[in-house]
Write a protein that binds this ligand. Sequence first.
Ligand SMILES: Cc1ncc(COP(=O)(O)O)c(C=O)c1O
Length: 394
Amino acid sequence: MNRDLISDNNGLSMTTRLLNADRRLAGDLGVSPAIHQSVNYIARDAEHLEEISQPFGPHYYSRRGNPTSAALARVIADLEGGEMGMVFASGMGAIATSLMAYTRAGDHIVGQANHYIGITEMIDKLLPGYGVEATRVDQTSLAAFEEAIRPNTKLILLETPANPLMQITDLEAVCDLARSRGILTFCDNTFATPINQRPMEWGVDIVMHSATKYIGGHHDLLAGSITASRAVLEPIWDLSMTTGAIAAPFNSWLALRGLRTLELRMARHNANGLAIAGFLEGHPAVGKVYFPGLPTHPQHDLASRQMSGVGGLLTFDLKGGYAAGQAFIKRLKLAAYASSLGGVSSTLVQPAALFGDRLPAAAVEKQGITPGMIRFAAGIENTEDLLADIDQAL
Ligand SMILES: Cc1ncc(COP(=O)(O)O)c(C=O)c1O
């Protein structure tokens, strides 16, 4: 069997490649891949021990190499079009290890005004304690990125689309700028997934996922990934041996299972996101709708150029404010009031309630979060059922 089926492409569709990749990569005979729970792998002799203990080897001591996690890293790297990958215990484990590997006291990084809250806290609170300064900029402005760059800037941190306002970063433009200054780019591709957007095609050096979201896709695992060239990954691999935030084999196995339906699921997430955003845009109870798939979104053209679908995540303002948001959530029958997203079933949050106690009111306002704002993550339910439920709740 051709173990490189997925990377070679062979003219096969993404679905066919995904359905065949994982078990071949793990070298199993089962139709479903095995879970390699073993922590230790046996060396035949000293020479073999030397061989299996090399960086990125798939069989050694599980913190340094596990076949199931290695298969997951390989499949994600191939989907992203990258040379190699690593998988972590969570998305936060992936980004923390990468930032620690690439910054030292006295360095500076550039980030975006809007990131996942955990990443914002890492930039604003954790890194300064280690002597790493950061400037966060409006991701829609190339000039803002350029102005923020300093002689000691080591890395530009990107996330696109970024919630809750669903802003898009022009990956090609920012990567051209970064490369011209010798700065590394890191992109959180969690919400787009490699089905909708492949940041490396626009020049990004490191692509990261919270695999907890769409890659896993079933609300039942926590994992993270990064993909990059071997040279870029090496310092991160070295550090991960010390920090140890690597993925558990069972979670890697669940993520591999999730990946087999990623393309199918994303097609429905994309369709549901678009249908719901279009419905909400015309509804009298709803103010602004934030969804890059709508022609009214200020960055619709950029989203259409950079992405092949925009996913199921959207945000909208209820004219009735905070109380209207809480009432809407209570009346909904299908979507769960839960903070995570990217699984088969829909979830929603009211950002003002979610972040209100973690961010000062001024910061909430600065990020554009309004009291009546709802962030809705459309699952893969039947589109008409979702629309009918939202309609009755409004
Ligand atoms: C865009 C984004 N990046 C990173 C993370 C962190 O990932 P994890 O929860 O897997 O640590 C999240 C989690 O919500 C996220 O939404």
